[in-house]
Design a protein. Structure first.
Length: 148
């Protein structure tokens, strides 16, 4: 398709429910009759659409996903810190890592962070605010340790 914007239908909708069946996720949206494009009434059931959705705030403006972006940066930070030799030394000084061998420190740091935060994967930071708080404290303590 050469220009998706030219073919797009725009309307406001409210999420009503979500469920799942063997074919995938079923998303139910409530569309006000005045906002419903006429094409939706005439298109056959089973017609495929490309969908772009933007969350709106109370002022009908697009809502930024600041929290999502903050968590994604935190996940990236955890990955970068575990590759940092100084962070490994800090974890060793705290007793969270036993070996500071430069060839083993990254894996040891990853395991230490997971254990400290109570997670099995960095992706769990997305849904676990307690783990995020623990990592943020660990990261701040590391920053303080570096100043000394």
């Amino acid at each position: 398709m050469s220009n998706i914007r030219d073919a797009a239908m725009g309307f406001e909708a409210v999420k009503v429910s979500m469920s799942q069946d063997r074919n995938g996720i079923i998303l139910r949206l409530n569309v006000h009759p005045n906002d419903c494009p006429p094409e939706l009434h005439t298109d056959w059931v089973g017609t495929r659409y490309m969908v772009a959705m933007v969350r709106l705030n109370d002022e009908d403006e697009p809502e930024t996903r600041e929290e999502f972006q903050r968590v994604e940066r935190l996940i990236a930070s955890a990955g970068l810190l575990c590759r940092n030799q100084e962070f490994g030394e800090y974890l060793h000084d705290c007793g969270l890592v036993k070996d500071v061998d430069p060839f083993k420190i990254e894996n040891a740091a990853v395991e230490a962070v997971r254990k400290y935060c109570g997670i099995t994967s960095r992706s769990e930071f997305r849904d676990n605010p307690d783990a995020r708080s623990k990592f943020e404290k660990l990261r701040e303590d590391f920053r303080q340790w570096k100043k000394n």
